[in-house]
Ligand binder design. Structure first.
Ligand SMILES: [Zn+2]
Ligand SMILES: [Zn+2]
Length: 243
């Protein structure tokens, strides 16, 4: 039995029933990350400070491009484009993603998953052949953290959109954190790191590949390569924001 610390409780909040959760809220009240108001992690007024991306751009050159498609000059090879839900540098989104990912406040997944669902509807017309796929974490990192944040986002988002989801990718080895590396090192770091899950079938599917934040798109490109090699018709990247 692990020691019942605040960290432990936050990690396990989703497993705790509502009555217990009510008591927890009394003992550990929530405060808005942005303005400090008591009652929720993000109050209604601060939710409005999140700026949604209305004009998508080519991930390669930054020119305006519908649905965040790669333009004809940049070409995403296996990745059709990257849809970005909101701007990272403005409003409280950076704070939310950080707390969701590193401070184990899993309840934020509902809010962030909704943002991703909205961005999907804004950019794509939903079709029957859609499948939502999270970017995988290495199993060791996943078990240390207790969850894969992209999986939580995908579950919430799929439910809101009534789309199926599946984890069809896995990591073959542990890698350094992409944020700590530079351009060519990032590509080298992720080379052949993603692998298709044996027995899964994505023939003819249009994949929405979900990650929380993208910086250079390397992760999404590498995953898209494996998905396309294994039968995906098209792969769209979808992220909360560009970091
Ligand atoms: Zn607030
Ligand atoms: Zn371009």
């Amino acid at each position: 039995m692990p020691a019942v610390t605040w960290e432990f409780l936050k990690r396990n909040l989703t497993k705790i029933n509502l009555a217990e959760k009510f008591c927890l809220d009394l003992i550990f009240p929530k405060f808005c990350f942005d303005c400090g108001k008591e009652g929720s992690w993000l109050c209604r007024a601060c939710q409005k400070k999140i700026i949604l991306v209305k004009t998508q751009v080519c991930p390669g050159c930054g020119r305006v491009s519908r649905q965040g498609k790669f333009c004809s000059k940049c070409k995403g090879k296996d990745l059709a484009g990257i849809m970005v839900a909101c701007y990272f540098e403005e409003g409280p989104i950076r704070e939310l993603v950080h707390n969701f990912k590193y401070n184990h406040i899993l309840e934020l997944g509902d809010f962030l998953g909704q943002i991703l669902a909205d961005a999907t509807l804004e950019n794509l017309t939903l079709k029957k052949d859609f499948l939502v796929v999270p970017v995988p974490l290495h199993w060791l990192r996943r078990s240390r953290r207790g969850y894969n944040q992209a999986e939580i986002l995908v579950k919430v988002m799929s439910e809101k959109l009534s789309l199926p989801f599946d984890q069809v990718l896995r990591r073959t080895r542990r890698t350094k954190r992409q944020v700590d590396l530079r351009g060519s090192e990032r590509r080298e770091n992720l080379k052949n790191v993603f692998e298709f899950f044996p027995g899964k079938n994505i023939d003819g599917k249009t994949i929405i590949l979900v990650d929380d934040i993208t910086t250079t798109s390397t992760t999404l490109l590498e995953c898209a390569l494996v998905l396309r090699e294994n039968g995906a018709k098209k792969v769209w990247g979808l992220v909360i924001a560009k970091g």
